[in-house]
Structure formats: structure tokens, C-alpha cells
Design a protein around this ligand. Structure first.
Ligand code: UD1
Length: 419
């Protein structure tokens, strides 16, 4: 297993390019199951989760060819209808094949995801929506088995905003008979990206980016070529890193609108955030001001940036509160930050952060993807040498993170650990 070793205390300086969005690439890849024609995706990030999705699609019979972030998909024939436990266990987003498989072949068997480090994360809303569209759903031996002749359009009111739920049903509805209306749909940029690909494939979708999405089903979809949008969470992580190390970093190849909520909070914290076309320059403040944050579905403050922002608030000159409203257990980074000297108290779904002058290095352990990003940021701003264990989590969502940070002047390296 690997660990990351960081010699902290150096301001980050320079330019960094953000990769394609993981959370967009995964549903876009699943959407290639909807057609027998060739779909080409570019700007596909080289991440562990993307590799898992590629393996899953290949197991279902999709032929794939990858070259430098450009991936060709041909789901000429679906050979299997099952997403096995071993894949879903590794990556919950495997559940994104449920909607397209069912719509294309009339049968899908997908392992139930089970809980994960940040909460229970059920898929009941995906299943209720598919049932409303006429699917017969059975749960047996840890699997969901969904069957139908052809899905029918329906009006679906999501009880809670669900990102992958909205995506699964959009894909299923694209090939259903009749009109589907999704109410309380997710408005994330990744939803719009998926709708853009589906439209290029011939789907009839309107309203994406708002909370009401309408999909007129069609009989079949065609091939298309599409570029994955930039990763707003990777972009946001570098923005916080720049602020936290009192650095000066230009983050390139982003959509500044997608990181607007974070930009506002960073400005409130005293950072200078200059936005131009497809880049943002972040200059860290001398003194970090305390800022309260509440996570919310897009366009609110992203839960996927909550841990990173907490690391910044840990060195603010005053007390702030960070409230998590999306996942019930997303504070696994709190005890680790405390090991670095942060003063944090969990009160229900809020963490009260009393800023300290500086963090001090210590050996720490990553628990999930975004927590590991938070710990890397904390390490960059700590005095001394921080060792982060279980860093495999970070490879699920950040492409060449050490390389990119080294280019910005960080002293960071990966080393093997013998347990
Ligand atoms: C997606 C993102 C993840 C992000 C999250 C919230 C991908 C691959 N992952 O995850 O990075 O943190 O959105 O922005 O895009 N819920 C239910 N029943 C359901 C579905 C969801 O109760 O059937 C609950 C969840 O437990 C959670 C909330 O709804 O509390 C939001 O979850 P959801 O938006 O579905 O998250 P994901 O799509 O899994």
C-alpha cells in the first residue's frame, strides 16, 4: 500500500490544468450502453473509478479502446446484464448501468451497493422511479433484479435531490415509450453534461440544469462524440490549496461558474479570486477569515468540497461552522485533522472549527476520496513532515495529484508502506 509524504509550509505557485470530471465521465460512459453505435468520449480522466467503469462495461460486452483520454465505446451487443458485487463494492457509481441496461435490454441485475464510509447511501429513489416507469423490481441475494418489456414515461417526483438517481432515470427515460417528467431533479453540471451527450445521440430532453427535466422517449439512439466537462471538484481542491498555503495559483481549463459557490466563500475568507474565461487565479490571504458553510445540492456549496474547506477553516483567525446536509457521516476527516492540531467539535451535522495559528505534521489516515484531498491540503499547510496512509482513495478521483502539486512547488511524494 502507498502513503503520501508531504513536507509542508511552502506556498503553491504557478499554473495547473484540471482534468475531465470523474462524476461526469462515469454516467457518460454508462450512457454508451444505450446504443449499438459508436460513442467517442474525450477528456476522460485517468482515474481508478474510470477504470472500474471501463471494466464493468467490458464485462457487459461493450468494446472499448482508449488512447490519451479519448475512449471509443461500441455496445454493439450486450452480452451480460449484471453488475456484480465485486464491482459495485469497489465503486457505488456502478449502479449507473441499471437504467441504461434495463432500457436497452429489458433486464438488469445490479448488486445493491451497501453502505460506505460517508453514509448509508441507499438507491431506493432510483428503484421507485423505475417501478413507476413499469419495471418489475425484485431484491434477492443482495441484488436488484429489474425487468420490463419497454419502460413507459411517467411523472416522477424525487423525494430528495439525487444526482446519480436523476442520471439513471434520464438514461432510462431516453428509450422509454412516452414522456417522462422528473420533478425535484438534480441540477448539477454533470446532469447537463449527460443531457448534452444524450441529445447528441438523438434523445429529446429539455429542462436539464433546472429542477424539472422532461424526456420524450425515442425508439433508438445513435452514436456521438463528446468532450467531458472539467472536474469542478478537482478545480475547487486546487483553489482551496492555493488559499491555504497563501499561494498564488492559476487553475486552468475550468468552468468558473461551476465553482461559483466556493469562489464566494474563498473571497469571504480573504482570498483573492480572479475569474477569466476558463480559468481562476487564487491568491491566498495573509490572514484567513472564518466563514460558515452549509453544504447543499448544486448550485449550493458542494459536499465534495466540505472536507477541503474545513482544512482551510482549521487555520482561520476565529471560529466557523461547517454544516453537512447531504451525507450523514461525512466527518471522517475530523479526527485526522485533530491529530494535526486542529480544534474541531462535532455537534450533530455541524462541526465547530476554532482556527489555530498553524497545523503540525503527524501520521494520518485517509478514509474516503474527499477526506484524502482534505488531508493532503492540511499536510501542505502543516509544519513538518506529514505522512498520509491509505491514499488509494485519492486515486479514485484525482489524476496525478502529486505531480500536479509538485509542479506548483509542493514537496510531496508517494512511498510504499510495508504493513
Ligand atoms: C453523487 C456524486 C458524489 C456527491 C453526491 C452529492 C457521482 C458519481 N457521485 O453521489 O460525489 O457527493 O452526488 O452531490 O456523481 N439518497 C437516498 N436514496 C436514493 C439516492 C440518494 O436516500 O435512492 C440520498 C443519499 O443517501 C444522500 C442524498 O440522497 O443522502 C444525495 O445522494 P445522491 O445525490 O444520490 O449522491 P450520489 O448520486 O450517490
Amino acid at each position: 500500500m502507498d502513503k503520501i509524504v508531504i513536507e509542508g509550509g511552502r506556498p503553491l505557485k504557478g499554473r495547473v490544468k484540471v482534468g475531465g470530471s470523474k462524476n461526469s465521465a462515469l454516467p457518460l460512459m454508462a450512457a454508451t450502453l444505450l446504443t449499438s453505435k459508436k460513442v467517442v468520449l474525450s477528456n476522460v480522466p485517468d482515474l481508478a473509478d474510470v477504470k472500474t467503469m471501463l471494466r464493468l462495461l467490458q464485462a457487459l460486452g461493450v468494446q472499448t479502446r482508449s488512447l490519451f483520454g479519448r475512449v471509443n465505446f461500441a455496445a454493439t451487443k450486450i452480452k451480460k446484464n449484471e453488475a456484480p458485487y465485486d464491482m459495485v463494492r469497489r465503486m457505488r457509481a456502478s449502479v449507473l448501468v441499471l437504467g441504461p441496461l434495463l432500457a436497452r435490454t429489458g433486464l438488469a441485475r445490479v448488486s445493491l451497493p451497501g453502505g460506505c464510509a460517508i453514509g448509508a447511501r441507499p438507491i431506493n429513489l432510483h428503484l421507485a422511479a423505475l417501478e413507476k416507469m413499469g419495471a418489475k423490481i425484485k431484491l434477492a441475494e443482495g441484488y436488484v433484479e429489474a425487468k420490463c418489456k419497454r419502460l413507459k414515461g411517467a411523472r416522477i417526483v424525487f423525494e430528495k435531490v439525487t444526482v446519480t438517481g436523476t442520471e439513471n432515470i434520464m438514461m432510462a427515460a431516453a428509450l422509454a415509450k412516452g414522456t417522462t417528467v422528473l420533478e425535484n431533479a438534480a441540477r448539477e453540471p454533470e446532469i447537463v453534461d449527460l443531457a448534452n451527450l444524450l441529445r447528441k445521440m438523438g434523445a429529446q430532453i429539455t429542462g436539464d440544469g433546472t429542477s424539472q427535466i422532461t424526456i420524450e422517449g425515442v425508439d433508438e439512439l445513435s452514436g456521438a462524440t463528446h468532450r467531458v466537462i472539467p472536474d469542478r471538484i478537482e478545480a475547487g481542491t486546487f483553489m482551496v490549496a492555493a488559499a491555504m498555503t497563501r499561494g498564488d495559483v492559476v487553475i486552468e481549463d475550468i468552468d468558473p461558474l461551476h465553482v461559483d459557490a466556493l469562489s464566494q466563500k474563498l473571497r469571504d475568507a480573504g482570498a483573492e479570486v480572479q475569474v477569466q474565461n476558463d480559468q481562476a487565479r487564487v491568491i491566498g490571504p495573509k490572514v484567513v477569515r472564518p466563514v460558515d458553510v452549509i453544504t447543499d445540492p448544486y448550485p449550493g456549496f458542494a459536499t465534495d468540497l466540505q472536507a477541503q474547506f474545513m482544512a482551510l477553516m482549521a487555520i482561520a483567525a476565529g471560529t466557523s461552522t461547517i454544516t453537512e446536509t447531504i451525507f450523514e457521516n461525512r466527518f471522517m476527516h475530523v479526527p485526522e485533522l485533530k491529530r494535526l492540531g486542529a480544534d474541531l467539535k462535532i455537534k450533530g451535522n455541524t462541526v465547530v472549527v476554532k482556527g489555530v495559528e498553524h497545523l503540525n505534521a503527524a501520521p494520518i489516515m485517509a478514509s474516503d476520496l474527499r477526506a484524502s484531498a482534505c488531508l493532503v491540503l492540511a499536510g501542505l499547510a502543516s509544519k513538518g513532515v506529514t505522512e498520509i496512509h491509505r491514499v488509494y482513495h485519492i486515486d479514485r478521483g484525482y489524476e496525478s495529484i502529486e505531480k500536479k502539486l509538485r509542479k506548483l512547488g509542493a514537496r510531496i511524494r508517494r512511498a510504499k508502506v510495508k504493513y
